[in-house]
Design a protein. Structure first.
Length: 76
């Protein structure tokens, strides 16, 4: 968030508000033979959301405001 939004996009912009959107794809229906499943982090969506909220709070300083949003994109 800091590198991409704050230090890059906000640096030369008058807009100081940003949204960090993350697609959440981890789910039980993910093919167990898919190599990407083994390398994905095994945390809950709620834990991931909390970590991103904490990070957004840390980079939001002064006029800069960043919010994180986790979009549930898991198979149902």
């Amino acid at each position: 968030m800091r590198t991409q939004l704050v230090d890059r996009y906000f640096r030369d912009n008058v807009c100081q508000h940003g949204l960090y959107l993350v697609g959440w794809f981890n789910c039980d229906r993910w093919d167990p033979d898919d190599r990407r499943r083994a390398s994905s982090r095994r945390i809950s969506r709620e834990e991931g959301r909390q970590r991103l909220d904490d990070q957004a709070g840390a980079v939001s300083q002064g006029a800069v405001t960043v919010r994180a949003f986790v979009l549930n994109a898991a198979l149902r």
